[in-house]
Write a protein that binds this ligand. Structure first.
Ligand SMILES: C[S@@+](CC[C@H](N)C(=O)[O-])C[C@H]1O[C@@H](n2cnc3c(N)ncnc32)[C@H](O)[C@@H]1O
Length: 409
């Protein structure tokens, strides 16, 4: 049977009947792709794993709770045979052969009329790998290499259809280059122009090929900075010139990141914009220092606040009195310079002076450091320990739980 290689094809299963025999781990692995392809999936099995059962309960598949019976493959376009009963598998396979239904068999690939390739997806393309004979480990390894390469940009496959002017607003995560999303990394690898902030995964910029133009949009507090308007104009100009533009931001673009201002400016200029969320420092930096922002029985809420203006500054939009009354965790970004006044305001409005607090500087990077204090001592501690931005400040009982300095992967 298998002297000839398999003929690869993409089945368009939307609305078409697909029969799955057996509700075990093979079905559990294969069903999501069949559901994603829009197939009308009928599972025949007396039992199923909890995940498969949940797909049936959710109406994603139709479950016939019984063993295989002759005639089950009638009207099917395609079948997956994966029961634990050898005789049933053989009988179903013979039925498929007789009725010209392509069948995959989990127990005996050599006897099957179809094989499932190792598949992966990246950027609107499905990569499917088939061996000349069934060798799932090898095909999976080749699939992983290709998909991983497309995702991290080591395999570059340019789009040949002309692309409309567009910009990707990419959240780069808190700093560790491993903490950008797969999509963000892929877009970065495809970029012609990258406009990057000071915060975020700067190391990724070193990996970009020399033809990529990297523009520093550093907004250094109280120092030299490139005005937001200049950044917007640069984005628009490069996109209009037909360049693939990535605006790389620290954390998430919409958490104190001015992401929406840039998206609005692009929309006004008629340029489409893809927003790629990022891991915000507000959660990940405390986590990297061993502090959970919520913890059962300790904090049922966390509030993220900007501390870039002091509580007594008329420009402040933060209700510090209300925050002082909350029991949960308070996470302050951009607050190192004003933490003394912030602590004073919280104490004045009722938070206990001994409330624990931690400052986590340059979180997730090689120079990460955590400094602990209380609301009463933080002003002195910041000076004594020379804590500098960027730092995330966590205030609340969660600072005292967990394992300090939890090792990160
Ligand atoms: C302009 S805000 C941008 C926040 C970003 N969009 C996010 O979601 O993380 C900058 C502030 O984020 C915090 N921050 C960002 N990255 C950090 C890091 N790696 N370590 C400590 N704080 C960080 C600091 O409070 C810093 O002043």
């Amino acid at each position: 049977m298998a002297e000839h290689p398999a003929y690869p094809v993409g089945l368009r299963l939307s609305g078409r009947r697909v029969v799955v025999l057996g509700g075990g781990s093979v079905a559990q692995r294969r069903l999501p792709a069949l559901i994603a392809a829009g197939a009308d999936v009928h599972l025949v099995s007396p039992s199923a794993t909890p995940s498969v059962e949940a797909m049936a309960d959710g109406g994603e598949i139709t479950w016939h709770r019984r063993p295989y019976a002759a005639g089950d493959l009638t009207d099917a376009w395609y079948a997956l045979i994966a029961t634990s009963d050898d005789a049933a598998n053989t009988a179903a396979s013979a039925e498929g052969e007789a009725h010209r239904v392509w069948c995959v068999r989990s127990d005996d690939a050599a006897a099957a009329t179809a094989w499932t390739p190792a598949t992966g997806h990246s950027d609107g393309v499905t990569v499917a790998v088939l061996g000349d004979s069934p060798d799932p480990r090898r095909t999976a390894a080749i699939r992983d290499t290709v998909v991983e390469g497309l995702r991290d940009g080591t395999l570059v496959a340019p789009h040949h259809r002309p692309q409309a002017a567009s910009v990707a607003l990419v959240g780069g995560g808190p700093g560790d280059p491993d903490l950008i999303t797969v999509r963000g990394r892929r877009l970065l690898a495809q970029a012609d122009v990258v406009i990057a902030d000071r915060l975020g995964p700067r190391d990724l910029l070193n990996e970009l090929p020399p033809h990529v133009e990297v523009i520093d949009a550093a907004k250094i507090p109280y120092g030299r900075f490139m005005a937001q308007e200049a950044i917007n104009n640069a984005l628009i100009e490069h996109a209009k010139a037909g360049k693939a533009v990535v605006r790389l931001k620290g954390g998430d673009p919409f958490v104190f990141g001015r992401g929406m201002e840039e998206a609005q400016a692009l929309a006004e200029a008629g340029i489409s914009c893809t927003v790629v969320p990022g891991i915000s420092s507000s959660i990940s930096v405390p986590g990297a220092a061993g502090i959970p922002v919520t913890h059962r029985g300790v904090a049922h809420e966390f509030t993220v606040v900007s501390g870039h203006v002091a509580p007594d500054d008329e420009r402040s939009l933060v209700d510090w009195a209300a925050l002082a009354r909350l029991r949960g965790t308070l996470v302050v970004l951009m607050g190192v310079d004003k933490i003394g006044k912030i602590a004073e305001a919280l104490i004045a409005h009722g938070r206990a002076p001994e409330t624990p607090l931690a400052l986590v500087q340059e979180g997730t990077t090689a120079t990460q450091r955590r400094v602990d204090a209380t609301l009463a001592t933080v002003a002195e501690t910041v000076v004594a320990e020379d804590v500098r931005p960027p730092a995330v400040i966590v205030i609340g009982e969660v600072v005292g739980v967990g394992v300090p300095h939890t090792p990160q992967a």
